[in-house]
Design a protein around this ligand. Structure first.
Ligand SMILES: *Cc1c(COP(=O)(O)O)cnc(C)c1O
Length: 425
C-alpha cells in the first residue's frame, strides 16, 4: 500500500479500520485537554471502560454474599480462573488445559523453573539473550545460585554481532548446538522489550528440544501482541504479564502455559499449594497433594479474584476481536508509523535510526528509535506535547502503536509534533 503523510489520508485509513471503534472503549489521559497519543501500551496498557463492571461485580458479590461468594457468586470465585482457559488458550495458541492465570510474571517464571530447571553437573547451562529484561537476569542468576552453580559459568548469552541492533536466529541456533549436552534450558523473551525484535520462537524451540534441553519463553511483550502457537511449537512452558498489551491494570496477574505432555509427569517437581490440588477434593483438606491435571496443577494459593477480574474483562475483549484482526491492523499501523518517521526524517534531516527490524515478520507493535544527538530534550518535548512514549538509556524512545486503541490519525499527528520538536531544538 502507498501511504501518504497527510491528515486526510490517515483519517481515511481510520474510516476503513474495523477496529477503530475499540478506541472508544478505553480511557485516555489528556494533555492540554486533548487525548494523548499513547505509545506506551507495551509498558502499561490503557484502561478499558468495561473493566470496572467486572471489578464491581466482585465487590457486590463480596458485599452481598461474603464467604458464600466462593460458590454462589455470579462467577464463583473458587474456580474463577477456569473462565480464562478457553479465550486465553486462543490468544497464545494452546489447549485450554495448558493455560492458567496466577501470581505475577517473575514469580511464575521462578515457579516454572522449579519444574524445568533441574541442573546436573554435566547439564546445567541456560541460554538467554544478551541484555535480557533485568528481572529475568536477576531471576536466572538467583536460580542458578540456588542450585549451587556459578552464573558466570551457567549463563550463556546470545550476543548481537558487532554493529547490529538485533540478534540473528542463526546465531541463537548455532549457540544452542554448540552448548549441546550441557544445555539445561533455553529461556528468552519472545519479543525483546528494548528493540521490539520478535524471535523465531518455533525454530529456536525446535533447536533447544533437539539437544535435549527444556525451552521456555517470557512472553511479557508477546501476549496479546503476536501470533503464538505454543502447543504446536512444542514449547515446554511460558509465562507473561497481563498489564502490557493485555490492559489488565498495573502489576496485575500473570498467565502461564505448561505443555500438555508435562501434565501427567509425576517426576516433575513443583512447589505445591492447595489451589493446585484435585478440585473435587480440595476442601476435604487431605494431607497428600494430588495435582489438578493441567496448568491449573501449578496453582498455589486461592485466587486473587479482584485482580483477575480486570484480566478477564481484557481476555474477553481479545476473544471478541480475535488475534488475526488485531495482527492485521498491527502490521498496517506499525508500517504507517515507520513511513511517517521516514518522511519526517527526510523533511528535517533529523538523523534518527529505527533499530527495530524492518522485516514485518521480525517485529510486532513496537518501533524503537535511536535518537542521535539531543535525544533527551526531544523526548521531553514530546511528553509536554501530548505524546506519551518512554525513554531507555542511552538514547532510545520506544513507540508502540497498539492496534486496539491507537489511530492512524495519531500517527500522522505524532509526525507533526515530532517535526516541530526537531525544528525548535
Ligand atoms: C515487563 C517484563 C517483566 C516484568 O515482570 P513482573 O514480574 O511482572 O514485574 C519481566 N520480563 C520481561 C521480559 C518484561 O518485559
Amino acid at each position: 500500500m502507498i501511504f501518504e503523510n497527510t491528515r486526510a489520508f490517515a483519517q481515511q485509513l481510520d474510516s476503513q479500520d474495523p477496529l477503530h471503534k475499540y478506541r472508544n472503549e478505553f480511557y485516555f489521559p489528556e494533555v492540554n485537554n486533548k487525548k494523548v497519543i499513547y505509545f506506551t501500551g507495551n509498558s502499561l496498557g490503557l484502561q478499558p471502560k468495561r473493566t470496572k463492571a467486572y471489578i464491581d461485580e466482585i465487590m457486590n458479590d463480596w458485599a452481598n454474599l461474603a464467604v458464600e461468594g466462593h460458590f454462589y457468586a455470579k462467577k464463583p470465585w473458587w474456580d474463577y480462573q477456569e473462565r480464562f482457559a478457553e479465550p486465553l488458550s486462543k490468544i497464545v495458541g494452546a489447549k485450554p488445559s495448558e493455560v492458567t492465570v496466577m501470581n505475577t510474571l517473575t514469580v511464575n517464571l521462578h515457579l516454572l523453573m522449579v519444574s524445568f530447571y533441574r541442573p546436573t553437573k554435566t547439564r546445567f547451562k541456560i541460554i538467554c539473550e544478551e541484555k535480557a529484561f533485568p528481572s529475568d537476569q536477576y531471576m536466572l542468576q538467583s536460580q542458578i545460585r540456588f542450585h549451587g552453580f556459578n552464573p558466570d559459568e551457567a549463563i550463556v548469552e546470545i550476543k548481537r554481532r558487532e554493529g547490529e541492533h538485533n540478534i540473528r536466529t542463526e546465531d541463537v541456533i548455532a549457540k544452542i548446538d554448540e552448548v549441546g549436552e550441557e544445555l539445561a534450558l533455553v529461556l528468552i523473551g519472545g519479543v525483546n522489550y528494548y528493540t521490539g525484535q520478535v524471535f523465531d520462537m518455533k525454530a529456536i524451540t525446535a533447536a533447544g528440544k533437539a539437544v535435549g534441553a527444556y525451552v521456555g519463553w517470557d512472553l511479557a511483550h508477546a501476549a496479546g501482541n503476536v501470533k503464538l502457537e505454543l502447543h504446536d511449537w512444542d514449547v515446554d512452558f511460558a509465562a507473561w504479564c497481563s498489564y502490557k498489551y493485555m490492559n489488565s491494570g498495573p502489576g496485575n496477574a500473570s498467565g502461564c502455559f505448561v505443555h500438555e505432555k508435562h501434565h501427567n509427569n509425576p517426576d516433575l517437581p513443583r512447589f505445591a499449594g492447595w489451589w493446585g490440588h484435585n478440585k473435587e477434593r480440595r476442601f476435604k483438606m487431605e494431607p497428600d497433594f494430588d495435582p489438578v491435571q493441567g496448568a491449573d496443577g501449578w496453582q498455589i494459593s486461592n485466587l486473587p479474584v479482584l485482580s483477575l477480574a480486570p484480566y478477564l474483562a481484557s481476555v474477553e475483549m481479545f476473544a471478541e476481536i480475535g488475534m488475526e484482526a488485531l495482527i492485521e491492523k498491527r502490521d498496517k499501523i506499525t508500517a504507517y508509523l515507520e513511513f511517517i518517521l521516514h518522511e519526517i526524517d527526510k523533511e528535517v534531516d533529523s538523523n534518527f535510526e529505527i533499530i527495530t527490524p524492518s522485516n514485518p515478520a521480525e517485529r510486532a507493535s513496537q518501533l524503537s528509535v535511536f535518537l542521535h544527538g539531543e535525544g533527551r530534550s526531544l523526548f521531553d518535548y514530546l511528553m509536554k506535547n501530548g505524546v506519551i512514549t518512554d525513554w531507555r538509556e542511552p538514547n532510545v524512545i520506544r513507540l508502540a502503536p497498539v492496534p486496539l486503541y491507537c489511530s492512524f490519525e495519531d500517527m500522522y499527528h505524532f509526525g507533526q509534533i515530532l517535526k516541530k520538536g526537531i525544528l525548535e531544538k
